[in-house]
Each structure stands twice: as structure tokens, then as C-alpha cells.
Ligand binder design. Structure first.
Ligand code: SF4
Length: 385
């Protein structure tokens, strides 16, 4: 019988050390298939998959890679993920990719796309300009046109036509993957003693590296195994974690937050792979459905420009819906979108009387004592208030 511990020990080590080994295994069995790297946050992976290629998350290099070359291409006050992603390229660790796609999340990511184009002429570098205005009557047509441009590129690269039928099949598959991820998150929200955030994170992170068919079967096994658990709740505070939608904190840091006394009921880790609140429709024009889902049915984030409702309202709603009593803002150092949002969140949280703690992290960090002590102090201030 599969246990959660067994699954986590199988995947955690490669995730922390050589995440692309998980993809290399697939490539060994599919040597003729192409692989497209997807820089965070959100990529319409269905278009890549429908062309018979594998979309793979290129989400920085964690804390096991020394930056020796990328510093010369970027200023020092830029987030770690930008530099580590470039370092991966400059040290030939992205050689297995046939293409990579960036999008309009912030200036450093925009520049990274251009730096890749210049430094890796054999790699197909694509860039998606997501709409900045969600309320214009032209927004949907604009995004459909953007996706069709991507479609043309990927048809050329793969040599396969992306038919409506193929796109519908890919949407159905990723719908199932996202449904299972929502289920996993719901289990943790309802009984966090039965599924730690590290476990939830590992099971989500492998979605970015494995083919969706394989990940779906791992997730089904994991969910069955978690449902058999019946752990006793510990004396911890229940929090929502916000701010890590792009660069990812080291797993040891997530572990430290939990050990310091937090049950994390919801988070925004790896948000691009859990981007939709509901299933994408499969009837009608699938490309239009994909674009419409981005505009009308996707989650809020620091890098999605949507003036229809303030992001701080979404955060406060999330706290109320989950029953959390506090918020942990965990923002990447030098991440402008996350730090701009924090200014808005801080005001809204104070107004709503919701305690919060703001921490900065870097994916390359090795020492976690300071963060852990800050969280412990915060937890104690709430438990013994
Ligand atoms: S971590 Fe923030 S600043 Fe860096 S690429 Fe991601 S969104 Fe942009």
C-alpha cells in the first residue's frame, strides 16, 4: 500500500537537488518528443501539450547552484530566480529544452526573456503579453490572438498541427490535474494535521516536471493515502501564506514555518499550475475557452492585472473562507510585484484586524534560524495573547 511518506521520500530529494532528472527520465523514453520550459507564473500549457510536446516548469535553481556567470548579466538588486534561471542556461543545464516561454509578469522576467534570446540562439524563446486591461471589450480577442501566435510557433517547432480536438483533450487532462490539486488543497485546509505543507508542496511541485498523465496517477495515490490518515491536531495557529507566487522558497524554509507552530491552510506556491478556480470549458472553440478562463476564471495574483476587485479583498476573503486567524506574507527579496502588494495587504489586514507577519526569503538561502525565530515569536504572541 502506498503511503504519503513513501511518495514524498521518492520525490523530495530530486526536487531539492536535480529536479530536471524527473523530466530526463521521460525524455529517455520519448527521445523524439520536444520539451518546452515554462517560466513562472502562468503558461497555457495545454497549447504546448496539444502539439505533442511536454511543458516543464523552469522555476529557478533552488539553493544548490552557485551563481558564477549570471551576475554579469543582471544588476545585483534583482530577485534570485532570474539569476539562477539564467545560470541554469549558461551552465548547459537547460540543454534538454527545445524552447522556453516567458511572460509579462515584471521587468526582470521581461529582460530575462531577451537575455535568453540573445544567449541561446538555438532555443525557441517565446514571450506572452498578457492583457493589462481585463474590462475592455477587446481583451478576449486580444488574448486569443496572442495564444494563436503561440500556436503557430509550436506547430512549427513540433511539426504537429494543433487541432481543436487535440487542444480539447489537453484541456480535459489538465482540468483533471488541477481538480486533483484543488482536492489536495481542500484536504489540507480541512485537516492540516493529515497533510503537511511540505507534502502538499512536493506533490504540487512535481506537476511542473512530470507529464500530466503520470502526475495525475501519483496524485490519486497520494490523495487515497492522505485520506487514510487520522492524525491528532497540534497546538498551532492557522494561517494563510501569501507572496510566493513566482520564486519559490526552499523546502527547508517551508518546513521551518510549520515546525515553528503554523498550520498553513492555503498558500500561493506554484500558482501557475493551479491557475483556475474551476474547470475550463471544453465545448465550442477551445482556444477561446482557454483565453476566457485566464480573464474570467483564474485566481488573483501579484502579477495578474485585474482592477475589477482589489487583491486585498481576495486575501481577506481567503482568510475568512479558510478560517485562518493570521496571514504570513512570504515574499521573495527584490520581488517588486509581491512587495507592492504587501503595501496594500498590510493596510487591509490591519483594517480587518487580522494579524500578519511579513518575511522575505531567497530561493538560494541556507540559514533558516532567523525566519524560524520570527515565526515562533509571532505564533507565541498569538497563542498566549
Ligand atoms: S520573483 Fe518577482 S520580480 Fe522576480 S521574476 Fe518573479 S515576479 Fe518578477
Amino acid at each position: 500500500m502506498t503511503t504519503v511518506e513513501h511518495l514524498i521520500s521518492h520525490y523530495r530529494e530530486p526536487l531539492e537537488n536535480f529536479p530536471f532528472d524527473l523530466t530526463a527520465e521521460w525524455k529517455k523514453h520519448h527521445p523524439d518528443k520536444k520539451i518546452i520550459g515554462c517560466y513562472p507564473v502562468y503558461t497555457p500549457v495545454e497549447i504546448i501539450h496539444a502539439a505533442g510536446m511536454l511543458p516543464v516548469g523552469v522555476i529557478g535553481a533552488g539553493n544548490r547552484l552557485e551563481i558564477a556567470h549570471a551576475d554579469s548579466r543582471f544588476q545585483s538588486f534583482v530577485c534570485s530566480i532570474v539569476k539562477s534561471t539564467l545560470e541554469l542556461g549558461l551552465t548547459d543545464r537547460l540543454k534538454f529544452l527545445d524552447g522556453i516561454v516567458f511572460h509579462s509578469i515584471c521587468d526582470p522576467a521581461r529582460n530575462l526573456g531577451s537575455v535568453f534570446k540573445r544567449n541561446f540562439p538555438d532555443l525557441m524563446v517565446e514571450y506572452i503579453h498578457f492583457p493589462q486591461n481585463m474590462t475592455s471589450p477587446h481583451t478576449l480577442d486580444y488574448l486569443v490572438a496572442e495564444y494563436r501566435r503561440l500556436q503557430t510557433s509550436y506547430e512549427q517547432l513540433s511539426g504537429n498541427k494543433i487541432t481543436e480536438e487535440a487542444l480539447r483533450r489537453s484541456i480535459t487532462l489538465y482540468n483533471e490535474q488541477r481538480r486533483l490539486l484543488r482536492e489536495l488543497y481542500a484536504i489540507r485546509r480541512e485537516a492540516p494535521e493529515n497533510l503537511s505543507t511540505v507534502e502538499c508542496y512536493v506533490l504540487t511541485r512535481i506537476a511542473t516536471l512530470l507529464p500530466p498523465e503520470e502526475h495525475i496517477s501519483v496524485l490519486k495515490e497520494a490523495i487515497d493515502a492522505v485520506r487514510r490518515r487520522n492524525e491528532k491536531p497540534k497546538d498551532r495557529i492557522r494561517v494563510v501564506l501569501e507572496g510566493s507566487f513566482c520564486e519559490q522558497p526552499p523546502i527547508e524554509l517551508i518546513e521551518g514555518l510549520e515546525a515553528a507552530g503554523c498550520y498553513i491552510l492555503d498558500d500561493d506556491f506554484l500558482l501557475g499550475w493551479r491557475w483556475f478556480r474551476e474547470e475550463i470549458a471544453t465545448d465550442g472553440d477551445p482556444m477561446r475557452n482557454l483565453a476566457n478562463a485566464y480573464i474570467n476564471h483564474s485566481v488573483y495574483s501579484g502579477v495578474k492585472h485585474d482592477t475589477r476587485e482589489p487583491k486585498s479583498k481576495h486575501l481577506i476573503d481567503k482568510v475568512k473562507e479558510t478560517g485562518a486567524s493570521a496571514v504570513l506574507i512570504l515574499a521573495a527579496k527584490f520581488c517588486e510585484p509581491a512587495l507592492f502588494d504587501y503595501a496594500l495587504y498590510k493596510r487591509a489586514l490591519e483594517k480587518a484586524g487580522i494579524p500578519h507577519l511579513c518575511l522575505e526569503f531567497e530561493e538560494k538561502m541556507w540559514i533558516f534560524d532567523k525566519a524560524r525565530t520570527e515565526v515562533e515569536t509571532f505564533v507565541e504572541s498569538m497563542l498566549f495573547d
